[in-house]
Design a protein. Structure first.
Length: 102
């Protein structure tokens, strides 16, 4: 497993696919979760999705074959593990940041 910190985009994409979700739904959910602070562009999203598929952190859940071929993705157990490790890392950062007194 990758030990590098997750980018903010990857972190939120993984959260957005905790339930099956499609590209536009992921963009909307990330925007909503972050109060529009993080707005994913289509290129960023689909590049990240391909990377996450390659790492097996997400999987294809369903694919509509009739109209626009909308694909839904969901997080895998490996993706959940990556999120858990990142949460631990972020908690450590916050804890150490508290050492600074105003």
């Amino acid at each position: 497993m990758d030990n590098n910190p997750l980018t903010e985009a990857i972190y939120y994409i993984l959260i957005a696919v905790r339930n099956p979700n499609h590209g536009y739904g992921i963009i909307q959910e990330v925007s909503s979760l972050t109060n529009e602070r993080v707005v994913l562009g289509a290129g960023t999203l689909y590049g990240a999705i391909q990377s996450l598929l390659d790492k097996k952190w997400i999987e294809l859940y369903s694919e509509e074959t009739v109209s626009r071929k909308k694909k839904e993705y969901r997080i895998t157990s490996q993706g959940i593990d990556a999120l858990k490790k990142e949460r631990i890392r972020l908690k450590e950062l916050l804890k150490h940041g508290e050492l600074i007194k105003n």
